[in-house]
Design a protein around this ligand. Sequence first.
Ligand SMILES: C[S@@+](CC[C@H](N)C(=O)[O-])C[C@H]1O[C@@H](n2cnc3c(N)ncnc32)[C@H](O)[C@@H]1O
Length: 215
Amino acid sequence: MIDDSINYDYIIRYLRDLLPKREGLPYELEQFAKEYGVPISQPETMKFLEVLICLGRVKTVLEVGCAIGYSAINFCLAGAEKVDTVELSPDAARVARKNFETAGLSHRITLFEGDAKEILPTLTGAYDMIFMDAAKAQYQEFFPHCMRLLKKGGLLVSDNVLYKGMTATDELVERRKITIVKRLRGYLTMLSEHEELETSVLPLGDGVALSYKKI
Ligand SMILES: C[S@@+](CC[C@H](N)C(=O)[O-])C[C@H]1O[C@@H](n2cnc3c(N)ncnc32)[C@H](O)[C@@H]1O
């Protein structure tokens, strides 16, 4: 299994071969992430998010889970005007800040350092897109804040929701992951049944839920 993706290796390799090779800082960040084991968005998921931004309606983005700033930088390069991003790890936040400076994007990306549980309730912006990409077991806890902060007509994109396939079948569930898997299942049921959302769960990367806020 490549990069914890839920798809067959030959499909992933083919999809990735189709993607234009990244250059400059995004490429360097991919190499850094590989070398130091930093979890960043998988190439095909990153491209999907960029296409959503390219559609033109996404100008403001909130990201829950910044890591070293790879996705936040790519959001801006794809056309987002303003990105707010939250990161718990001080080490990752320090590297991300440096990367935003190197990219010349510090004026467009604001990094909130700390636990999203504490930071999200303090935010007041209205966002066109929210990218949920932090601790999977906490998505449900972050969700009410995301709904409050998401504009009508906005997109909530939740990553890693199929969690190496474990969300879909008990046969794959590792014992120590049972709680996370149960919470992800609850989260996906909640998204799918939510009357204010239209949700499609895509078997892309490690599983991506795309939710459109109708009301
Ligand atoms: C998958 S990585 C984010 C990758 C990033 N979005 C990208 O694609 O480049 C998840 C990040 O979420 C952070 N995180 C985990 N729990 C968090 C929380 N409660 N609040 C804020 N950040 C959190 C982790 O430290 C980690 O850096």
